[in-house]
Design a protein around this ligand. Structure first.
Ligand SMILES: Nc1ncnc2c1ncn2[C@@H]1O[C@H](COP(=O)(O)OP(=O)(O)OP(=O)(O)O)[C@@H](O)[C@H]1O
Ligand SMILES: [Mg+2]
Length: 282
């Protein structure tokens, strides 16, 4: 259970949603997410606010804008039942809730001692299809990670499009991309963030992040080895310096992960090619 939320869902949003039940899902610095039941169905409600500077970390303004930016992107992609707006300390959005398990949770049995090392190719394919479907619209996700792939019998939902890039974003909600969770960051993105402070999300970097997501979910290993307590800069430098860890996954999936983690983006398969390989390997 997440810690108590620092802020409540804004009153105007609550009045529109009229929830019959709600559950706090996540409460991290700058972001709170609820799972909300209403008579029109189940929704995720996301609230963003600035991170105040402390002696341990820098202040951040972009977290306040993230739900608004994601809401604008979801509407641009014609996703149904999405709303977003401003509140006192930042932005919020409401979007349909996707039932299912994250890739990381679903593949937990493969990481257990003595477990079967061969994950289900159909589940990997379903994740790749979600990425390929976004890529077919011309958008890069920019923050692919195992928690953002929600798998169900009907397919996989790729959630959290707050950092996506590929079309016009209302200026009031936009902010520059400063990389993603380093456990899934490609060498070229890490290099750009180290050199300039920002980077540009690309389809090839998404493929790398999907490869790193499949790898960690199947084995428990990060794409590149670095100490747990290494600072963000040192982690990024380790990714730039490489090489990535040996891919100890067998068969079609192992070969594909190896190709997806190619240091040169031009050597990686596209998401559509990943789907093709996984379909023929089943
Ligand atoms: N539409 C959704 N359907 C199902 N679960 C969701 C949805 N949106 C968010 N969640 C759940 O809430 C968690 C956090 O959501 P999300 O990643 O969008 O927020 P965030 O503030 O960007 O968090 P993070 O910093 O972890 O990326 C997700 O990992 C997932 O468990
Ligand atoms: Mg997220």
């Amino acid at each position: 259970m997440a810690d108590a939320a620092p802020y409540e869902i804004p009153t105007s949003v609550l009045e529109t949603l009229a929830p019959s039940a709600r559950r706090l899902v996540l409460n991290r610095r700058g972001s709170t997410v609820w799972d909300v039941e209403t008579r029109h169905g189940r929704f995720a409600a996301k609230l963003g606010y600035p991170i105040k500077a402390t002696s341990e970390w820098e202040g951040q303004e972009w977290t306040a804008l993230a739900p608004g930016r994601e809401g604008a992107i979801l509407q641009h992609l014609n996703r149904k039942h999405v709303s977003y707006g401003d509140w006192e300390h930042g932005t919020w959005n409401v979007q349909p809730w996707h039932r299912g398990n994250s890739l990381y949770d679903l593949w937990q049995p493969h990481r257990a001692e003595g477990a079967s090392p061969e994950p289900d190719l159909g589940e990997a394919l379903s994740c790749a299809e979600a990425v390929a479907a976004l890529h077919a619209t011309g958008w890069a996700h920019g923050d692919i990670q195992p928690a953002h792939l929600i798998i169900s019998h009907g397919g996989t939902a790729l959630i959290d499009l707050a950092l996506a890039q590929g079309g016009a974003i209302p200026a009031a909600y936009d902010f520059s991309y400063r990389g993603c969770l380093v456990h899934y960051e490609s060498p070229e993105i890490s290099r750009s963030v180290l050199e300039t402070g920002t980077a540009t999300p690309t389809l090839a970097a998404d493929v790398y992040a999907l490869g790193a997501s499949l790898f960690i979910s199947a084995t428990g290993l990060r794409h590149v080895a670095y100490p747990d307590d290494a600072g963000r800069k040192d982690q990024r430098q380790a990714i730039v310096d490489g090489p990535h860890q040996p891919v100890n996954v067998h068969g079609v999936l192992g070969k594909l992960i190896e190709a997806m983690l190619s240091p040169d983006p031009a050597d990686r398969p596209t998401s559509a090619e990943v789907c093709k390989e996984l379909s023929s390997g089943r």
